[in-house]
Design a protein around this ligand. Sequence first.
Ligand code: GCW
Length: 766
Amino acid sequence: MTRFSSALLGLILFGAAAALPRAAAETGAEAWLRYAALDPATAKNYARLPGQTVLLGDSPVLRNAQQELVRGVAQMLGRTLSSASASPTADAIVLGKLADVHALVPGLNPPEQLTADAYWLTNSRVRGHECMVITASTDRGVLYGVFALLSKIARLESVAALDEVRHPYAPLRWVNQWDNLDGKIERGYGGPSIFFAGGKVREDLTRAGQYARLLASIGINGCTINNVNADPHILDDNFIAQISRIADVFRPWGVQLSFSVDLSSPRALGDLDTFDPPDPRVAEWWRKKVDAIYRQIPDFGGFVVKADSEGRLGPSAYGRTHADGANVIARALKPHGGVVFYRAFVYNHHLDWRNLKNDRAKAAYENFHPLDGTFDDNAIVQIKNGPIDFQVREPVSPLFAGLRHTNEAIEMQITQEYTGQQRQLCFLVPMWKEVLDFDMRVDNNATPVTALVAGRVFHRPTGGFVGVANVGMDANWLGSPLAMANLYGFGRLAWDPNLSAETIIEEWTRLTFGNDPLVVRTIAALQLDSWPVYESYTGPLGAGTLTNVLGNHYDPGPESSEENGWGQWHRADHDGIGMDRTVATGTGFIGQYPPEVQKFYESLAACPDQLLLFFHHVPYRYVLHSGKTVVQHIYDSHYEGAERARDFVSRWKTLAGRVDEDRYRDILARLEYQAGEAVVWRDAICNWIYRLSGIADIRPRTSDLGPRTSDVRPRTSDLRPVDRSDWIYRLSGIADIRPRTADLRLPCLVIHRKNFARVTTALATH
Ligand code: GCW
């Protein structure tokens, strides 16, 4: 940079800084609980907030609720709340369970009954003082009420005449962590485990306590701390003692601890020569184990079980059912009030791919539907949102409608295993909304998935929502500041699935980045656009994510889906693409849905474009509802997606100086990187589809994002000198040249073999 240009840049930066208040650097560790100071004029709107707190009752959760209130008000409004015991001596914020509030104000009754965890925010005269009352039927509900009040202040909502009852939609709102005892996290992208290191529970559990606070603030009431691919040694006596320390830091936040167990533990730990569920010795083994756990962790939540799945042992080893497996554990937990989540992610990963009737999507329903009604009441079947595995788009799992006499929970993936691994922006709430709102038409009635999983349709005793979170030791928890919207959004939807994606993202953005309207508008819009954009440059029309399913689940790798037993097939060949899952001619998967939904998907004419290739095999020139052919849609959506990803960068840049420097730069670098990755995806998929179909793109592509497919005519003017060691060459019918470094703004070329020599020569001549 010349002296002149750097001076000019300095002036520009100085100008920007002078015009806007300089935001302090932030690590993201506080997530949405920043409690940033309001400017004095805005803080005046809260001048009438009482200056005293009165805590009725005493417990770690209640004390935490009061401390949180004091902390939030101090940070946001610069006021120190005093505290009085038993009864207000001035205008006060009264906190306590309804029974205790009644002792002070006998006639104060909520407009509706407060079910477990629900809270009521209201105003009342108490012993002659104007008071705000935060009450609930449980301590945890009071804590949730405090977080709700503080969130309103942080988002500049009025709290003057509050009178609101808020109920959680379902009783179980849990996160799963896939942490291994050695500290690594399966599908974790935010650093190592906050719970374990080197085969032990960490000495310092500060982060675990902070995590529980974050979870509580969005109404999550349970956390499973270890990988569903569970190490049996988690049940060693000395390990349970260590885990009880994690429960100690969760408890004040009302978060119940649970862990995943291996069903073969009685044998794997060397205590018995069997783990056959109905064997009385096995039942006794689980009973003793569970009793020992509750002696050390009296509020233990229960277990999660992954069995007969991806190589893990399960009841099939003895010819038993999944209900046998779940119930032997459920019965041990029952006297203590614990539950077992038994995962429906059971499938054969050695399917014969040559057999066109085979279909992994059918597995969960085939395994669990026949067992409906045989699971105990404290067992819950935990079902992934789609029938395959957290792809960028899937239909909902038909099993949600297939269990009438069994508790169920929906499992959604917050960690972005197949959706960009937190290196790319992909806000998943709009996708989850589509799943939760989907009407299953059970018995020809309106039956949204959300009502099924909450147990409302078939009057089940329990049910709910599970999110695979996988936060780690990175300061900002998930490794990427914008990805935290997915954790926040999961919690908010588990509490109230009727919230819109727009409401959720506006809340999150205000809490995470402040209330500057441009910042809120820009970030919310970027987040809302991100899933459709990611989908458009990766997996088209429901064909799956088209990633490398045998490897990292991140790079493009459409060929890896085929010719193996994993069953993530798209059946693309020279004539067409898509899985025929119809009842008439295909695998019959569609037959697992209730009749009205079957009709909709079975008919090629009715099936929505976005899921076409999930349900049907069609020729490349098949015309979509949009009027485009399948193949042209694939070209267009990949180009448009890559362009929109590039636009994310310029949209973000409008926030320079309005977001603290550290997060601004971090996010900018990520979006620039993503723009490059989108080009890599675009070119890989467009080449693949051209090679298979032989049908060329009808549009001339003049975009400066780089040349494309068959008509590449490398012009030396397109090429810049590069250090060749920084490029990856792949030769498999095509040459795919891509930069390995994060600086992906260089042109990326994907070139047919016949042009390859010319390009390498061109590169070499620079
Ligand atoms: O999709 C697969 C993931 C595995 C995971 C498994 C599961 C924990 O690639 O990493 O294992 O799903 O959900 O059990």
